[in-house]
Ligand binder design. Sequence first.
Ligand code: PGA
Length: 249
Amino acid sequence: MRRPILAGNWKMYKTPLETTAFFEKFRPLVADATHADIVICPPFVNLPAAADATRGTNIEVGGQNLYWANEGAYTGEVSAGMLRAAGCQWVIVAHSERREYFGETEETAFKKLCAALDAGLKPIYCVGERLHEHESNQTHEVLGRQLRGCVGYLTPEQFRGITVAYEPVWAIGTGKVATPEIASAAHSFIRDYIRRQFGAGAAEACRILYGGSVKADNIGGLMAEDQIDGALVGGASLDPVSFASIVNF
Ligand code: PGA
């Protein structure tokens, strides 16, 4: 049995004060949840507030991005070690918005995964096809490329440290959630790739999350699929009540 992960990706929303207010409400709502890893990934400037508010609780904190160097003249960037020092255990890598607006590729994602693992972070590597790729049946081709070009270069030991998130771009922020069947088929494809690359044990152990318009009213159907090990949630993670209902699916 793989332990579920329910992760919130706040994207560029909330201030430090709003972060503190979120956790005041959220903490008691998930205090009894022992069935899953609960993760919130706020904007960088909110990490201290999130770390303070979650210390000693069952909630973990993650970054939404990182740079691969340890330190240096890289204006505007944040390293894996800095994320660790700020209280992060997790980090999202190559979210589709990073690929789309900030030119991230499989190659940069690979460097980020390595840096995150070296620093002891648990990276969540995002893959997923765009609408036109979905409509022209290229999903497997796109996922194959995103996996081979990045995960394919990890050692088996590195691979054990990562989580994969399948996030079809056409489902992100659109309200169009992938059906449990569509998501499950993509997850099976990803798990098959892992089996061929790293063996049956690694494929069985790897947690694959679904992301894209996950809400309290569709999480149950998604989690009923045994290929789906959790969710990466954008919009619905901003509200403590709605994210708590997702966690307590
Ligand atoms: P959404 O975003 O839940 O708002 O669709 C998911 C994501 O981008 O991680």
